[in-house]
Write a protein that binds this ligand. Structure first.
Ligand SMILES: CC(C)(COP(=O)(O)OP(=O)(O)OC[C@H]1O[C@@H](n2cnc3c(N)ncnc32)[C@H](O)[C@@H]1OP(=O)(O)O)[C@@H](O)C(=O)NCCC(=O)NCCS
Length: 142
């Protein structure tokens, strides 16, 4: 049975394995940046542990009262469809506050399975807004 706990630096290597498996370059290119991102103020990052191994991770950014945004959710392949994703998301929202959580989806089945309402969404890159590359191995993928 997995236990949920707040993300700490000691979980970074295990979390990076999950991101690597998903092929998310913006989260694997620079581990220091990933550590900063997952530890940022105003966000709640949880990991699911089984026998001390990281088998899931979720990060929710929230204003603490009304709106929250799901930044990351990933569950190790062999641990999927056991409710871990749902539990991570529910607990991250509970801890962060917020009445609702918005998510940009590359896996519609998960959100539809949870009963999510569908909205149209957009994502603008720094480049599209005329901002320079922030450096440190910036990657514009997921
Ligand atoms: C999305 C993800 C985190 C879901 O994790 P999970 O632990 O398997 O999710 P849960 O077991 O809590 O699933 C909750 C519900 O979502 C739906 N669901 C999840 N995966 C599904 C799938 N592959 N096909 C159909 N429905 C699915 C089901 O309704 C499920 O409930 P059920 O198992 O009782 O039918 C996991 O599949 C994952 O890590 N995917 C790769 C990373 C990713 O795509 N992240 C999201 C980016 S937007």
């Amino acid at each position: 049975v997995a236990t949920l706990t707040a993300f700490e630096e000691e979980h970074l290597a295990g979390v990076l394995v999950l991101f690597q498996a998903e092929g998310w370059p913006s989260y694997t290119a620079d581990p220091k940046r990933t550590l900063q991102a997952l530890s940022s103020a105003g966000s709640v990052t949880l990991v699911a542990l089984e026998n001390d191994a990281v088998v899931g991770v979720a990060q929710v950014q929230s204003d603490g009262e009304i709106q929250a945004h799901l930044s990351i959710i990933a569950v190790a392949r062999e641990h999927r469809r056991r409710g871990l994703g749902r539990t991570l998301l529910r607990e991250a929202l509970r801890r962060s506050g917020g009445l609702r959580v918005d998510a940009i989806s590359t896996d519609d089945d998960f959100y539809i399975g949870l009963g999510a309402r569908r909205f149209s969404g957009f994502r603008l890159s720094r480049e599209e807004l005329g901002l320079p590359d922030p450096g440190r191995g910036a990657v514009t993928g997921l």
